[in-house]
Design a protein around this ligand. Structure first.
Ligand code: ZN
Ligand code: ZN
Length: 357
């Protein structure tokens, strides 16, 4: 069933609305194929319309097949209201997590007498289970990330700044076919590696330091995400010990993760192991992972606060870490597809030993 049909079946009957307004850029792209950065979708039982301005009319013609273009004349909110009135729709669902309060009020005043129905994450849920075409794009994004990582290793040398390594990784991603970086590449070294999402800084990397790099390729809208932790020069015994604890936590999580379990249950596999080794609580202060796709962080999450069930086809990261203030941190992150018969791991960069470079 195509995406539009799935939306109509899962939502239009249940929400009891005449039409759905899609403002969220990723949902707009997912449903229509339109990759432009402005415009909305209006979907009723019979009609599928895309409203956008002059800059994108030619692009819509090239990218969009299932939606009819409505040429936006002046203000987009007035265009939306015009279409709603033209078709006599009495109720309109909207994405409450996306539409700003400001625009909601604007629309409400233009649509007096029409019932506005807030949707939560119903549209996002259509994207939870990836289709084969999406898995293929994620696979390519992960492959580009692996190749960029291999090249970036050569740039990690004594005295090189974290930000230079980040720049090299970003460059290698682009050189290997990425449209960009999934997010701002994280490179943190030495004691700074205990900042799980620290930004790459001016700090020069010194021999004996842990270097944690987290990044990924953006490819045709899809986000790869990978973390590797290495040591510049020789690793000491404690660095190796913590590394292998994190690796074990990840392996246990990869062995235990399956469709049908909740995000909370998946998270607990790694968390319980690390806690048993003395690294619970704030030593592993973030979730085990998150879904990825058209956004870098999607639901369901693998976290202790996620009650949702992981579906077949979910694309999730598995990224346990241990962070010790004043010492440093280790994280290992792979991107996997949850299939009915097991996991498909898209990340192939070596990890079985703490790499000394
Ligand atoms: Zn990451
Ligand atoms: Zn991640």
């Amino acid at each position: 069933m195509d995406r539009l049909a799935r939306l109509r079946e899962s939502l239009m009957s249940r929400a009891d609305v005449d039409a759905i307004l899609v403002t969220n850029p990723q949902n707009r792209r997912y449903l229509s194929g339109f990759t432009g950065s402005a415009g909305v979708l209006l979907i009723s039982r019979e009609l599928a319309l895309i409203i956008t301005d002059f800059r994108y009319w030619e692009q819509v013609a090239a990218e969009v097949t299932d939606f009819t273009l409505v040429k936006q004349s002046a203000d987009i909110w007035e265009s939306i209201a015009g279409v709603v009135r033209e078709h006599g729709w009495q109720s309109l669902a909207f994405e409450a997590f996306d539409l700003t309060v400001y625009h909601y009020h604007q629309l409400e005043s233009l649509l007096q007498g029409i019932r506005m129905v807030p949707l939560n994450d119903e549209l996002n849920r259509l994207r939870w289970s990836k289709e084969p075409e999406e898995v293929e794009l994620l696979r390519i994004a992960a492959d580009i990330t692996d190749r960029a990582w291999e090249q970036t290793l050569k740039a990690i040398k004594p005295g090189v700044r974290e930000r230079d390594v980040a720049l090299e990784f970003d460059y290698q991603l682009r050189l290997n076919g990425a449209d960009g970086s999934s997010f701002t590449t994280i490179v943190i070294s030495g004691v700074r590696s205990s900042l799980p999402h620290g930004a790459a800084s001016e700090k020069a990397i010194q021999p004996g330091e842990l270097v944690l790099i987290d990044g990924g390729a953006l490819y045709k809208g899809y986000h790869a995400d990978m973390t590797r932790t290495v040591v510049l020069g020789r690793a000491d015994a404690e660095q190796k010990r913590i590394y292998h604890l994190v690796l074990r936590a990840q392996q246990l999580a990869l062995e235990g993760l399956h469709a049908g379990m909740t995000g909370r249950e998946a998270d607990a596999i790694a968390r319980n192991f690390l806690a048993g080794e003395g690294y619970g609580g704030d030593f592993f202060g973030h979730g085990l992972g998150h879904s990825v796709g058209l956004e870098i962080h999607e639901s369901p999450r693998l976290s202790k606060s996620e009650p949702e069930v992981i579906p077949v086809g979910a694309a999730v990261t598995v990224e346990p870490g241990v962070y010790i203030p004043g010492w440093g941190g280790v994280r290992i992150e792979d991107l996997v597809i949850v299939q009915s018969d097991g996991l498909l791991n898209l990340t192939h960069s070596p990890k079985m030993e703490l790499l000394e470079i």
